[in-house]
Design a protein around this ligand. Structure first.
Ligand SMILES: [Fe+2]
Length: 150
């Protein structure tokens, strides 16, 4: 069965480590979708939302560090977007916790575009700068993400 949100080359940012991190966020969103479809408890859903919040924070911190290290000129604007994105996912998480929202198709579609729109419209803009500043497109070592898949 195909997944709710599929990683494809189309959303690749051309830097493997960051693609791996995006794949992890996608898999957490898919976990939430699966939990919704199999009518899992609120606790399970909240646990997945907490995981999404946690890894989003980590991923944004990594991207922002790279932007500072590699002198990306769009840093401030991108960081601002990250703040808005983390804010909206935390807000959602809070609403679920206090019974003010349910995991629904509308919410799932919100998360889908929350992530893909940012990757397509903002993340892809840093690729050329990162690569010309010396970032490696391909991983030379296994990503730390790999240890999370077991
Ligand atoms: Fe980003």
């Amino acid at each position: 069965m195909s997944k709710f949100l599929q990683w494809t080359d189309e959303i690749s940012v051309g830097v493997e480590e960051l693609d791996e991190q995006h794949k992890l966020l996608i898999s957490i969103i898919n976990d939430l979708h699966d939990a919704m479809q199999t009518r899992r408890s609120n606790d399970v859903m909240q646990g997945i939302m907490d995981r999404l919040t946690e890894y989003t924070r980590i991923h944004f911190a990594v991207e922002e560090s790279l932007m500072r290290i590699l002198g990306y000129p769009g840093y401030e604007e991108h960081k601002q977007q990250h703040e808005e994105l983390i804010h909206s996912v935390m807000d959602l998480s809070k609403k679920l916790k206090f019974g003010k929202a349910n995991v629904s198709f509308a919410l799932m579609h919100f998360l889908k575009s929350w992530l893909t729109k940012h990757i397509m419209e903002s993340d892809k803009q840093y690729t050329d700068h990162f690569l010309s500043a010396g970032a490696h497109a391909r991983l030379k070592k296994r990503s730390w993400i790999a240890s999370l898949w077991q």
